[in-house]
Design a protein around this ligand. Structure first.
Ligand SMILES: Cc1ncc(COP(=O)(O)O)c(C=O)c1O
Length: 378
C-alpha cells in the first residue's frame, strides 16, 4: 500500500445490494453511483452493482452517465441534473441515457438533441412534490406535461418515468413524506389525463426503504445503503440495518517520535503533551478530504487500539498520541474509519462527532487517495 488508500470491499457493496433487494420487494433497483460512487469509485461499484442485478444506474450529471458508457456499461442509466447548454445532452440521447426533465427549457433541449441525433430521447419527468430542489412544481406541471405529450406525438421523446424525491425519506411516520406521496399521486393523475403512462414510478431513496416502504412504487434509488452506511441514525446504525460499510480509509504510519511534556503539536499548538509521550505521524490530511475538524476530537486505530488525533489536522498529515502503550511500528496500518474490523470507528461515527452525515465523510475522500478494491473470491 502507498501512504494512504481507500480500500473498497466490493463484496460488501454486493451484500448490501442483496439486503436492499430484499427490502425493495418487487421494485427494481437503481444503484446511485454519482460523485464517483460517493467516493468509492464509479466504475468498480457500477460493475459490482450490475453483477448483483441492479436494473438501473443513477447519476446526477450527464457527463457522469457518459463516463459510465465509456467504461462499457450498456444498461439503463438516468442522469438528473444539468444546466442550459450542457454540451453532453445530444451524446446522452445518442447513448440511450435517460434524461430527467423538470422544466420547459430542458424539454426543448432534449427535443432538439433528439432531432439532431435522429432518435427518440428517453425522458423522465421530475416533479417537485415538496423538496423544493429540482423538479417541476405542481403549478407548472400541467404546462410541462402538455409539452411532453406533444413531444411524444411528434416522435421526439418517450416518457419512461414520472418521478420525485423525498425530503424526509429517512424519518419514519413523517407527515411531509405522506404529503409528498399525495402530491406525487396527483402528478401521476395529471400525466395519465394527458395520455402519458410512464413505465416507471419512483420516489424512494435508501432511507425510504426502511422509513416509508409504501413509497417503493416500481423502483427504488439507493446510494448510501449500498455503500453500507445508515441513511439516518434515527433508523439505526449499519449493523441494525444489515449493512456493511464498504470503504476503509487506511494510511501507513510515517513516523514515530518521543516528545517531552508540554510539547505543542501541529499549527497553533492546540494540543500539548500532558506528559512525556510518543507521537505518530499519519500522512493524510484535509487535502485528501479528511475533515480538519477531526483534530482533538476523533481517534484512529492501529493494531486494534485507538489513538486520539492531537492538534490540528493539516493539509497532508495529522498526528496521533501513542501514549505510554507499547509502540506500533513505522509502516503499520492506521485505520481511520471503516467497518470496525480493526478497531476503527465507522464513517457514521465520524459523521456524528463532526455534526455531519456519513455521505459527506466518504464522498469527500479525494482523488489523491488511491482506491484499492477487494472482493471475496477474486
Ligand atoms: C435524486 C436522488 N435519488 C436518489 C439518491 C440516493 O439517495 P441515498 O444515498 O439516500 O439512497 C440521491 C442522492 O442524493 C438523489 O439525489
Amino acid at each position: 500500500m502507498r501512504r494512504a488508500a481507500a480500500v473498497i470491499d466490493l463484496s460488501a457493496v454486493r451484500a448490501n445490494l442483496r439486503q436492499i433487494r430484499a427490502l425493495a420487494g418487487n421494485a427494481a433497483v437503481m444503484a446511485v453511483v454519482k460523485a464517483d460512487a460517493y467516493g468509492h469509485g464509479m466504475g468498480p461499484v457500477a460493475r459490482a452493482a450490475r453483477r448483483e442485478g441492479a436494473e438501473w444506474l443513477g447519476v446526477a450529471l450527464p457527463s457522469e452517465a457518459l463516463a459510465l458508457r465509456a467504461m462499457g456499461d450498456e444498461g439503463r442509466i438516468l442522469a438528473w441534473l444539468w444546466s442550459p447548454g450542457d454540451p453532453d445532452i445530444a451524446a446522452c440521447v445518442r447513448a440511450g441515457i435517460d434524461l430527467s426533465v423538470s422544466s420547459g427549457w430542458a424539454l426543448e433541449e432534449v427535443i432538439e438533441a433528439s432531432r439532431r441525433v435522429g432518435t427518440r430521447a428517453h425522458v423522465q419527468v421530475k416533479v417537485d412534490t415538496g423538496l423544493s430542489r429540482n423538479g417541476v412544481t405542481l403549478e407548472q406541471l400541467p404546462d410541462l406535461l402538455d409539452a411532453v405529450a406533444q413531444a411524444m406525438i411528434d416522435g421526439d421523446i418517450d416518457v419512461e418515468a414520472v418521478w420525485s424525491h423525498l425530503a424526509d425519506g429517512d424519518t419514519p411516520g413523517s407527515e411531509s413524506a405522506l404529503r409528498q406521496v399525495e402530491h406525487y399521486l396527483a402528478a401521476l393523475e395529471l400525466a395519465e389525463g394527458r395520455g402519458i403512462r410512464p413505465r416507471l414510478r419512483h420516489l424512494s431513496n435508501s432511507g425510504g426503504l426502511w422509513a416509508h416502504p409504501d413509497c417503493r412504487f416500481d423502483l427504488v434509488r439507493t446510494g448510501i445503503a449500498m455503500y453500507g452506511l445508515t441513511p439516518a441514525p434515527i433508523l439505526g446504525d449499519s449493523r441494525d440495518l444489515g449493512l456493511t460499510p464498504a470503504m476503509s480509509l487506511v494510511a501507513r504510519l510515517a513516523g514515530i517520535k518521543g516528545v517531552v511534556a508540554g510539547t505543542g503539536v501541529s499549527y497553533g499548538g492546540t494540543w500539548s503533551a500532558p506528559a512525556e509521550t510518543a507521537l505518530g505521524l499519519v500522512p493524510i490530511g484535509y487535502a485528501d478530504g479528511l475533515p480538519r475538524a477531526a483534530g482533538n476530537l476523533l481517534d484512529v486505530a492501529v493494531d486494534g487500539r485507538r489513538y486520539p488525533i492531537v492538534g490540528r489536522v493539516a493539509m497532508d498529515q495529522f498526528v496521533i498520541d501513542l501514549g505510554a502503550h507499547e509502540l506500533p511500528h513505522v509502516g503499520d496500518d492506521v485505520y481511520v474509519f471503516g467497518p470496525g474490523q480493526h478497531g476503527e470507528r465507522t464513517a457514521d461515527e465520524w459523521a456524528a462527532a463532526l455534526d455531519t452525515i456519513g455521505y459527506e465523510v466518504v464522498t469527500r475522500i479525494g482523488p489523491r487517495v488511491h482506491r484499492e478494491y477487494v472482493e471475496e473470491g477474486s
